[in-house]
Write a protein that binds this ligand. Structure first.
Ligand code: G1P
Length: 296
């Protein structure tokens, strides 16, 4: 079955942000991991900005219990705006007001945490019968062209779904969904199958799926039919395995540097590297890292 979906005008993005954040306990006990700050913004703001800068102006965030701070962050804060305005803090006022204007945001709650595939399924009603993008809420990818825009270009050119891939040569491959497939050209793969978190020695390739996807609406039907997999959870990877086998799915080795914010080390590396790139915060941090005894 070849898909006849028009991938040239994708407008909607789904950002699942309903996971427990177990790798970052105790910080994530009562606060969403997606609200962990990186430099001066919560992680999820980077993800929402990536979607918006990729031309996606309708963004649905799938949240759950303990995630209310995410909605508050993207809402107007009239009291704070009044205080900043009264104090003449125009720059901060613009910063705060700007957050609620990034894109048109919608929220839906995943009532039971049944897995990433189930979280995406919660977006079915909102997305309808058009293709859409999925951006995982705890990965930041720093790149010149937003990674989602890179996937969207390929999806539009090829008329099929695309997932982001990153090559991993070490045992950490077992933390990811892994694809099997054949190269079509530099950085582009025709995916033949996917497996979620295989033991490293059984991984079908070194190509791991990263948290960005452009998908046809038919994936919802596949998700409906997907039984719980690894960890007893409904896995998007299992639905995509069927999509790859029954329709067509490409993988793109994207250009960019990914940070896994759900991981304590990944979060710290993101803070250091992205702060070093910051025009005013970068230089003093560089001096500190070079000169302070604690950093040797
Ligand atoms: C999820 C997906 C996995 C993917 C990973 C990328 O796993 O299930 O296929 O490789 O994101 O970050 P999680 O990190 O939620 O366990």
């Amino acid at each position: 079955m070849a898909s006849s979906v028009d991938f040239s005008r994708v407008r909607k993005a789904v950002i699942p942000a309903a996971g427990w954040g177990t790798r970052f306990l105790p910080a994530t006990k009562a606060s969403p991991k997606e609200m962990l700050p990186v430099v001066d913004k919560p992680t999820i703001q980077y993800v929402v900005e990536e979607a918006a800068h990729s031309g996606l102006d309708d963004i649905l965030i799938v949240t759950g219990r303990t995630k209310r701070a995410i909605e508050d962050h993207f809402d107007r804060s009239t009291e704070l705006e009044a205080v900043l305005s009264a104090k003449g803090r125009a720059e901060l006022l613009e910063l705060v007001e700007g957050i609620s204007r990034i894109a048109e945001l919608h929220f839906v709650r995943q009532k039971e945490q049944l897995g990433l595939g189930h979280a995406v399924l919660c977006a079915r009603h909102h997305v309808g019968d058009r293709p859409f993008a999925v951006l995982l809420g705890d990965d930041i990818i720093d790149s010149v062209e937003p990674v989602t825009a890179q996937l969207l270009s390929l999806a539009a050119a090829e008329g099929c779904g695309v997932v982001a891939l990153e090559r991993h040569t070490g045992p950490e491959i077992s933390r990811y969904g892994v694809v099997s497939g054949r190269p079509l050209r530099e950085g582009v793969f025709s995916i033949e199958g996917l497996v979620e978190k295989p033991p490293a020695e059984k991984a079908p390739s070194q190509l791991a799926v990263m948290g960005r996807y452009v998908l046809p609406p038919s994936v919802f039907e596949l998700l409906e039919q997907t039984a719980p997999g690894v960890g007893g959870e409904i896995q998007i990877t299992d639905a995509l395995d069927r999509l790859a086998r029954e329709d067509r799915l490409l993988g793109l080795e994207y250009e960019g540097r990914r940070y896994d914010i759900g991981d304590k080390h990944g979060w710290m590396v993101a803070n250091i590297e992205l702060m070093l790139k910051h025009p005013t915060l970068g230089p003093p941090l560089r001096d500190y890292l070079r000169g302070h005894p604690a950093t040797r």
